[in-house]
Design a protein around this ligand. Structure first.
Ligand code: GRF
Length: 194
């Protein structure tokens, strides 16, 4: 049985799309059980619909983050998801949700962690004058962008780069490295089930 993942996305969903493409081409041995979005207009929801993936758009109230998270968590469990992938999910998760799915939430962040945590990491990289940046797939822990690193990819940063050009170069690597990290998990998980 292949690894079943749930996905949380707030926006355009290019990482979600890239993972789907790898699954559909047979290069990634996983299935997507459910997509959850906190934004009803998120393009990621359309992508799910086009590919026949079950999707939920849930209301998000900043004053009551727990309500969104408990609905999302219950739905991921009901769908039998082994892992939850954050793919451009722009909300901070509460400790309760992170505990509930301890070591089973992955995130992709567009910098070489531990450098440039938080918002606008590509702009932070340009402002710091680094010559290389990249992206990181990591497990989600209580501290923002700080969990154990599963995979990274490096890209050069050029003098002429803007936040947009660097983001695009990094994004191409995100699409590759996220699927690769999930494939490693899938192999490890199926080895454990034998
Ligand atoms: C990506 O750069 C990801 O690393 C960051 O948010 C962006 C989401 O892009 N966490 P997309 O929605 O997957 O296209």
């Amino acid at each position: 049985m292949s690894l079943k993942v749930g996905v949380m996305a707030s926006g355009r969903g290019s990482n979600f799309q890239a993972i789907l493409t790898e699954i559909e081409s047979g290069s990634l041995d996983a299935q997507i059980g459910l997509l959850v979005s906190d934004r009803s207009e998120a393009p990621a929801l359309r992508i799910a619909e086009e590919h026949g993936i079950e999707a939920l758009s849930l209301p998000y109230d900043k004053q009551d983050r727990g309500a969104f998270e408990s609905l999302a968590g219950d739905a991921f469990e009901a769908a039998g998801c082994d892992y939850i992938l954050l793919a451009g999910f722009m909300r901070i998760l509460t400790p309760a949700f992170i505990d509930r799915f301890e070591n089973r939430i992955l995130n992709i962040h567009p910098s070489l962690l531990p450098s440039f945590k938080g918002l606008h990491p590509q702009r932070q990289a340009i402002d710091a004058g680094v010559k290389f940046s990249g992206c990181t797939v990591h497990l989600v822990t209580q501290e923002l962008d700080s969990g154990p690193i599963l995979s990274q990819a490096v890209v050069p940063v050029f003098e002429r780069d803007t936040e947009e050009t660097l983001s695009q170069r990094i994004l191409e690597q995100e699409h590759r490295v996220y699927a690769e990290a999930i494939q490693v998990l899938s192999q490890k998980t199926s080895a454990c089930k034998i």
